[in-house]
Design a protein around this ligand. Structure first.
Ligand SMILES: NC(=O)C1=CN([C@@H]2O[C@H](COP(=O)(O)OP(=O)(O)OC[C@H]3O[C@@H](n4cnc5c(N)ncnc54)[C@H](OP(=O)(O)O)[C@@H]3O)[C@@H](O)[C@H]2O)[C@@H](O)CC1
Ligand SMILES: [K+]
Length: 545
């Protein structure tokens, strides 16, 4: 599991290493520039042979310094290199200035201007080294113009010009994955085919627009104190409160065997025992004609490892549910009193929301579920997963919900449901705050795990621990945007959390999101929500590796 650093964390790591005397800034910059060139040539082997032409845009900070190193390294390979600088060479920070001056011994630096750039010969490689982690404000119009991918159209075969971004496509905020704009003009499109990042992935590579704008993101080891040990320590453990992590079986320099993650998060893949050892999950359903969502959640809970699963539904929906359920048990439960009679100490997870309906009845059942405690038979309280109508039922009084939620609760809103519970943290009110920032605030406020869905799903728990699952690039599953997919995810969390030996709820939730996406990938286009639980056995069969 890879750390997702913020710009400030990255700067602090660099600074500590430089101040310790272990390395100089100049050495780091050389490694960064060299790593960017090696990564680009490895990705595009046709550029590794022969002499080509590069156009390099350098900025006024150390990102620009990396650009000058790249210029020198490519010229050493016999390339023709045009270098442009935004800003004044004399104002560059020391290491960038040193590399600027070294480049001047080999070639020219021209001021960055659209007309002079357009007048250049067609490059094979376009390098964006204008801004990296130091972006502080929206790009000026002139830079927007030269970085716009459409500028490539002045040259023939524009689509075959490779675009390399150093640390990020300039203009992208590496903390939020957003492109700040001055509010007057819409930000232009600056995207790359390859983004080479240093030491570690940054949050902005995985959030919001980051994955779309960065293209293929590769990370180069520049010799800072290795993140590898820290990454290994993350597997299956509580998250670091300060550093977000990626919910994926990836280390920076290698992949993790799936049996370690997420395999070790799935109780039934390792243990022995009878069905009660794997827990009893209960899913509450809505009235007649509305039971499908809860049944899908229940099926997902049973497939993912709960020993027993029961659907609880209002008495008038019994016949409908009985017609659809076999391995899943069924009980009538229309109100909190019935709930308290049915739910015994063996019930280890509860899932509420899908298809329940919005209103007082649902609020009362949610309150009963959150008040349920296990007696002597359970060493910890049941996990309570709240989704869909269980969340929307509290739209008028979110604080009433947060007074009930506890550490064994997971809220699984999509952006709309999230905005109802946390209006001040909604997408339109986020400002400079990243999705990680706002989900952390939400988790603190609710006192429980919060999972905010999306292509960049963010999970946070009180105290700051946060994780991102990215369903982008090779893991993109647009067909997962289908009715009922969220209900299946809620059931998946309830199923994985049910066993007595299940890991803590945050870790279970991370694994559930990965499995959910993997099931969708396994099925492919054409997927409907019912298919997701049926794909789980196939996904589990890959986790022995
Ligand atoms: N430190 C190291 O050891 C290593 C760092 N490395 C590299 O350094 C990069 C970080 O360098 P960095 O901190 O200098 O930031 P960078 O992104 O170059 O920009 C800062 C400059 O831009 C300016 N500026 C910002 N926004 C602007 C805007 N919209 N419009 C106009 N100007 C704007 C800002 O001005 P200011 O806000 O101060 O007025 C400041 O002058 C990092 O991404 C990696 O590539 C690697 O070599 C590995 C070793
Ligand atoms: K850049």
């Amino acid at each position: 599991m890879t750390e997702l650093l913020t710009s400030a964390q990255m700067r602090a790591i660099e600074l500590a290493e430089i101040e310790s005397g272990a390395v100089t800034g100049l050495q780091l910059m050389e490694r960064a520039g060299r790593g960017a060139v090696e990564t680009a040539l490895a990705k595009w082997p046709e550029l590794a042979k022969g002499r080509h032409r590069a156009l390099i845009l350098c900025g006024p900070g150390n990102n620009g310094g990396d650009g000058f190193v790249i210029a020198r390294r490519l010229a050493d390979r016999g390339w023709s290199v045009d270098v442009f600088l935004y800003g004044d060479g004399s104002g560059l920070p020391p290491d960038a200035k040193t590399n600027h001056d070294l480049w001047l011994e080999m070639g020219r630096v021209s001021p960055c201007a659209p007309e002079t750039i357009r007048a250049c010969e067609r490059p094979d490689l376009f390098v964006d080294a204008v801004f990296g982690t130091g972006l502080t404000r929206p790009l000026p119009d002139m830079l927007n113009e030269v970085l716009d991918v459409r500028l490539m159209n002045v040259w023939s075969e524009a689509q075959s010009i490779r675009r390399l971004a150093v640390d990020c496509p300039s203009g992208l905020n590496l903390d939020t994955g957003m492109v700040p704009s001055d509010g007057e003009t819409a930000p232009r499109v600056n995207s790359a085919d390859l983004t080479v990042s240093f030491h570690s992935v940054k949050a902005g590579h995985k959030l919001a627009l980051g994955p779309v704008l960065c293209g293929d993101v590769r990370t180069v080891d520049i010799g800072l104190t290795g993140p590898d040990a820290a990454e290994r320590a993350m597997v299956g453990t509580a998250p670091d409160p300060d550093r977000a992590r990626l919910a994926a079986p990836e280390f920076l320099h290698s992949d993790l065997p799936l049996r370690l993650w997420p395999g070790s998060m799935i109780a039934k893949l390792r243990g022995q025992g009878h069905k009660y050892d794997y827990g009893h999950a209960m899913v509450l359903a809505g009235g007649p004609g509305r039971g499908g969502a809860a049944r899908m959640a229940a099926r997902s809970a049973l497939r993912s490892g709960a020993g027993l699963v029961t659907v609880l539904c209002p008495p008038d929906a019994l016949t409908e549910n009985a017609c659809h359920l076999d391995a899943i048990m069924l009980r009538a439960c229309g109100d909190p009193d019935a709930f308290r009679q049915i739910v015994d100490d063996r019930v280890s997870s509860l899932c509420l929301g899908p298809g329940m309906g919005v209103g007082e009845e649902t609020r009362a059942l949610v309150a009963a579920a959150l008040a349920h405690r296990r007696g002597d038979r359970g060493w910890r309280d049941p996990a309570v997963v709240l989704d869909a109508d269980a969340l929307t039922s509290f739209a008028d009084a979110p604080d009433a919900l947060f007074a009930l939620t506890h550490a064994r609760t997971v809220l699984t809103p999509h952006e709309g449901e999230f905005a109802r519970l946390f209006p001040d943290l909604a997408q339109s009110s986020r400002g400079q705050r990243s999705k990680i920032d706002v989900v952390r605030i939400a988790a603190d406020r609710a006192g429980c795990v919060v999972l905010l869905k999306g292509e960049d799903t963010v999970i946070a728990q009180p105290g700051g621990g946060a994780s991102v699952h990215s369903a982008t690039g090779a893991r993109a599953v647009p067909w997962l945007a289908t009715a009922g997919a969220g209900d299946v995810l809620a059931g998946l969390i309830a199923g994985l959390a049910a066993p007595e030996t299940a890991p803590d709820l945050f870790c279970v939730t991370e694994a559930a999101v990965w499995l959910h996406c993997e099931a969708a990938r396994c099925f492919g286009p054409g997927l409907i929500a019912e298919d997701l639980p049926e794909m789980l056995p196939k996904v589990f069969s890959t986790l022995a590796r």
